[in-house]
Design a protein around this ligand. Sequence first.
Ligand code: MLT
Ligand code: ZN
Length: 461
Amino acid sequence: MRDRIVAGLTSIVGATDVLVDSDLRRTYETDWTGRFSGTCTAVVRTSSTREVAEVVRFCNSESVDIIAQGGNTGLVGGGVPRSSSDRPSIVLSLCRMNSIRDLDTAAAQVTAEAGTTLSEWRDHARASGLDTPVDFAARDSATIGGAIATNAGGSRVLRYGTMRQQVLGIEAVLGNGEVVGSLSGLPKETVGLNWPSVLAGSEGTAAIVTSARLRLVPRYDQTITALVSVANIGAAVELLGQLRKSVSSLDAVEVIEPAAMDLVAEHLDVEQPVRASQVGTYMLIDCAGHNDPSSELADAMAAANGVIDAAIATEGPPRERLLAFRDRITEAIATRAQRIGLPPLKLDVAVPLNALGQLLEIAQQAADDDGALLVPFGHLAEGNIHLNYLGATNLDQVTETVLTKVAEMGGTISAEHGIGIAKSRWLHLIRSPGDLAAQRAVRRVLDPNGILNPGVLTPDA
Ligand code: MLT
Ligand code: ZN
């Protein structure tokens, strides 16, 4: 069976791009946190939509499961093989498909293949005086396909929305090998099902995204970044309100809880640049415009209560240094996790802004009960907090406690990382049985033999 699968795949993409040796497969079989891993029959690296379609048709006929993978930066186990499966599987790596073409300045659009990294997308846009609407720390490895599959968010959602809102056209391969979608990028079209909407957030189930027509935004050269300490999370939310009211150049409003600030400062081997009160929190505010945003930012900060201290930089290395306090938290967590010898438990959740304080208290209690260190940070503007537990041992208990409360608060159990295999058993907390049944039915139509990322997203009935 294995030999037949390898021979069939080799006849489509060539021997160089079918990796069967365990040493060559290894980095594709484990997620980068080290928490999720499994074994596949082969890693297949396609170079075109035609090859993807042929690989899917072959796998469909042989009942081989397909795990699509981009930069392998996912955090919920959706991009690596399952540890327990009685069917053969392949990792379909889209990383060789990274060409960018047809940048249209007037339409502010570009077409990128699924394996294009976010940095490559951004560099291409900037070379034409434009910019990309989505950005996050894993930009050098995370790919367009993965960002669409997880409906990734990042730091600029308050200005431009999530990945879903950036996809004007899509080309994708269904579970039977059929190619669907269009890359024409027409902003207005009403002709039935809209594939970008169907596939954004589908996590490699339903179809494999091969290319997308993507929105671009203006490149602003007047920037200002502020790292601010505030009295508590309520003061952070109040300042967010002021910023929304009066700062037209607002790009990002992020939150860094003290434990995250301590960890990243230690990791960067630098002093924290702002004073904080004992129970305070930190915010990273980023503005960008055609005109200098300094005075509107200063006015908003002056109008808010509870601001303790601020470090401000407008450009160059001083600004990069401030941004690093937010950008490099994930790396700091990974480094500490390696030292402890246990992968971090990462819970990406969002709640209404008025519930943030309560969420942080409950999350802390769960950490204390487990003897773990809680490192919270995230995207304040969307009430999206990344709860990272270091040294946690009772992962299911912590997850159950936190996600149940999040659901009770009217929040979501995944704001931007996806459900993957990590959270599929908790999806019922925020989706009714009827909803889940409908999602399974849609999935069956698009992937009749259930070969695309089984076990991910919708749990078995
Ligand atoms: C981030 O906001 O930095 C990412 O979502 C990564 C993470 O949560 O670790
Ligand atoms: Zn995030």
